[in-house]
Design a protein around this ligand. Structure first.
Ligand code: HEC
Length: 216
């Protein structure tokens, strides 16, 4: 049976949307048939606003506002630096340890250095193991899988490196807070005291692995 003209036209029309999706770059906004919340009225940073008298969409912070993160935190604890210098603090400040505790599975609270290490272990296993691995040897899943996929994620440092074992505590803290070379900073995800908890745990981890051959 010969195809009728109308069937040919229908086939042509049908193939148009398919061929239109063949992925050429375009300056035009994407076609989204059901928009739901894709487009909505909102302000972007630095937008102007007709609503506020000063014409700014970004509202000024009320005078004397302190962020929860900064409120009352000792500058030494926040920066990891000795006051008024660019030198790292050698040891985890007491003020940080005093603010750390951990609730065990049986509902007990552990405080002091023990609490800091326990809290740090939990936080380390959440935030650091993907790259540095559970024992901190730099063989985390992100790194290992990147090697399988052919994308070479930079080798995360082994935390059992002699140099890293001997850095001041404040420098480890600052690495978590600010990042270093290829490693991003974790200040946004990990609050101040928890960063010190992780430092405490990394120290414990280093001691535990000191004779385990993890240090190449
Ligand atoms: C997204 C992956 C990733 C995560 C997550 C990560 N790191 Fe790293 N880290 C790296 C990489 C990569 C390097 C090596 C950076 C380089 O040399 O360019 C590194 C380096 C380091 C170093 C070596 C610093 C030095 O002095 O050379 C330390 C210490 C460290 N990380 C600690 C941590 C701790 C603690 C955490 C958890 C809070 C963490 N990292 C989370 C990827 C990561």
């Amino acid at each position: 049976m010969r195809p009728t003209i109308s069937k040919l036209i229908a086939a042509g029309l049908l193939s148009m949307p398919i061929s239109a999706c063949r992925g050429g770059p375009s300056e035009l906004p994407p076609i989204v048939p059901i928009r739901n919340m894709h487009r909505q009225e909102k302000y972007r940073p630095q937008d102007s606003s007709q609503y506020f008298q000063d014409g700014r969409s970004m509202r000024p912070i009320p005078a004397h506002t302190i962020s929860r993160e900064q409120g009352g935190v000792d500058p030494e604890v926040e920066s990891g630096l000795q006051p008024g210098t660019r030198n790292y603090v050698e040891r985890i400040p007491q003020a940080a340890i005093a603010n750390l505790r951990h609730r065990t599975n049986d509902g007990r609270w552990v405080e002091g250095m023990e609490g800091a290490v326990a809290r740090g272990r939990e936080r380390f296993n959440i935030y650091c193991t993907p790259c540095h691995g559970t024992v901190g040897d730099g063989q985390g899943i992100v790194y290992l899988r990147s090697r399988i996929s052919g994308y070479q994620y930079p080798q995360p440092s082994s935390l059992h490196d002699d140099r890293i074992r001997h850095t001041p505590d404040g420098q480890l803290y600052a690495t978590i807070r600010n990042g270093i070379r290829n490693m991003p900073g974790y200040a946004a995800q990990i609050p101040t005291y928890d960063r010190w908890a992780i430092v405490a745990y990394v120290r414990a981890l280093q001691l535990s692995q000191a004779n385990a051959g993890a240090n190449p």
